[in-house]
Design a protein around this ligand. Structure first.
Ligand SMILES: Cc1cc2nc3c(=O)[nH]c(=O)nc-3n(C[C@H](O)[C@H](O)[C@H](O)COP(=O)(O)OP(=O)(O)OC[C@H]3O[C@@H](n4cnc5c(N)ncnc54)[C@H](O)[C@@H]3O)c2cc1C
Length: 452
């Protein structure tokens, strides 16, 4: 991106041109989702002057409603745990239904290491607004309806951010723009993840049957012939239901989006039963081909956070946690960099190494989740050497600085390999089918256009 000395101009009521003075700050954050609000709050609390720019206006709809137990300490540290709890459903675990109508529960209370034995299912419009307001309370200059449209990197190391005719000059830039991947796109860093191409179609419903008792707030994760399905019980009797599908399947779609969504959900007999009296209460949304990563997480005086850095399939509800975890870690790193700029590169490298290693744990499971081998192992869990408890820990998000958990997850990988050998015929057929499905591209625009 080019450097420029041109000042933004405004026209006053008499038509005269005036030059708008640039706003200087320590940190500018693009995007006011969970990653942006978390990083902004923590940096402002440390005394830095933080500006956060959000193109939408809170409250606004967003997908990503199921949190993990490892989110809970972050909510505590932000001081919003109780207010989030009061508008959420309590989630004690994740359940994975079997073909015979029964289901296996991975209860967060059975983790390998002590942790909050619960999480929340949240309406993102409420949740993101709570985090946004919390950032304002911490002293962040948070501006919504303010879209960042351009960033320049000057020869003198200056970063100039342009938004709605205003110019900002931060010492450090954080991109938390989510799947818009503002900086990753502009700098050509974004890489589609070929190992996991999929798309999602989803909506909100009333009258979806919930599980009984302690399981009532569980997320249910069904497999269907062409991907997987989530069922997330929200507050006020509303349930979020969505299908993640391989591109080839979505390409076969005929008719309207709702019919396609319902046909996919009804293909699973147990879910068909749970949704017998369901009534849709929100539009049907479609999200196209969506797994990607950026080749760099940091550059000189800038970093990418949350979905602006990487997006993996949300199968294990890891997105919001990873966004907030990366934001918390990044806030600490930026704090160090602003105090000791000479250490910037090494601090950035250390942060990325640590974050990527946690992300890789999720990816390993996600890539294999729809395989017959994983289906078999999840349907027959055994706590051999603490492996099942380690899986619960992984499902809770306990994958950072978690040696005891990671050791047992390695044992699970061995068990997986041996089991796959024993099922080699089916495993190979599934692998070949999957390669074929990944070969087909479905673009979001195509999906939206077809839906009209
Ligand atoms: C189908 C689906 C299901 C999912 N389910 C789950 C789940 O159950 N649990 C879970 O944890 N995660 C889930 N996720 C993932 C979750 O949505 C994301 O990981 C999470 O929202 C990332 O937070 P973020 O702050 O990085 O980005 P976002 O929440 O996307 O926030 C980014 C913000 O930046 C703003 N922005 C973008 N561009 C600009 C710009 N140029 N200028 C100013 N502002 C800008 C946007 O308006 C937005 O508010 C799901 C994702 C999908 C697609």
């Amino acid at each position: 991106m080019e450097s420029s000395e041109i000042r933004p101009e405004r026209h006053d009521d008499s038509g005269n041109t005036t030059t708008v003075a640039p706003i200087t700050c320590d940190v500018l954050v693009i995007g006011g989702g969970p990653a942006g609000s978390t990083a902004s709050t923590l940096l402002a609390r440390n005394g830095w002057r933080v500006v956060m720019l959000e193109k939408a206006e809170h409250p606004r709809f967003h997908i990503g409603e199921s949190l993990l137990p490892q989110n809970m300490p972050i909510l505590e540290r932000l001081g919003v745990h109780d207010v989030v709890r009061d508008c959420s459903t309590l989630k004690h675990g994740a359940d994975f239904p079997n073909d015979n109508g029964s289901y296996e529960v991975f209860d967060f209370g059975k983790s390998l290491r002590p942790q909050a034995g619960y999480a929340f299912q949240v309406r993102r419009s409420d949740f993101d607004k709570i985090l946004w307001d919390n950032a304002i309370t911490a002293g962040v200059d948070a501006r919504d309806n303010t879209k960042v449209d351009r960033v320049e990197f000057g020869d003198d190391d200056a970063i100039i951010v342009h938004a709605e005719g205003q110019e900002f000059r931060p010492r450090y830039l954080l991109d938390a723009s989510g799947r818009d991947t503002f900086l990753g796109g502009k700098l050509g860093l974004k890489r589609k993840n070929d190992r996991h191409a999929s798309a999602a179609i989803f909506s909100h419903f009333r009258n979806v049957q919930r599980r009984e008792g302690r399981d009532a707030g569980n997320i249910s994760i069904y497999r269907h012939a062409n991907g997987w399905i989530w069922v997330i019980p929200l507050a006020d009797g509303v349930t979020s239901v969505g299908a993640v599908c391989f591109p080839e399947y979505l390409k076969q779609r005929r008719g309207d989006q709702e019919a396609f969504l319902m046909q996919t959900l009804m293909s699973v007999p147990d879910l068909d039963e749970r949704m017998r009296d369901a009534e849709r209460v929100a539009p049907v949304h479609v999200t196209g081909n969506y797994a990607y990563e950026c080749s760099e997480m940091h550059g000189r005086h800038w970093s990418l956070l949350g979905d602006a850095y990487a997006f993996v399939d949300p199968m294990f509800s890891s997105g919001v946690y990873l966004a907030m975890k990366s934001a918390e870690g990044c806030a600490g790193m930026v704090d160090d960099i602003l105090r000791a700029p000479a250490h910037e590169a090494s601090l950035q490298r250390r942060f990325q190494r640590r974050f990527d290693s946690g992300l890789d744990e999720f990816k390993w499971f996600i890539y294999r989740f729809t395989s017959p081998t994983m289906k078999h192992l999840f349907a027959n869990p055994r706590d051999f050497l603490g492996v099942e408890r380690a899986i619960v820990s992984m499902l809770s998000g306990d994958v950072f600085d978690a040696k005891p958990v990671l050791r047992r997850l390695r044992i699970f990988r061995v068990i997986y390999a041996i089991t796959a050998l024993g099922m080699s015929g089916r495993a190979f057929a599934a692998w070949r089918n999957r390669r074929r499905q990944l070969g087909v591209e479905v673009r979001e625009e195509t999906l939206q256009r077809d839906a009209q």
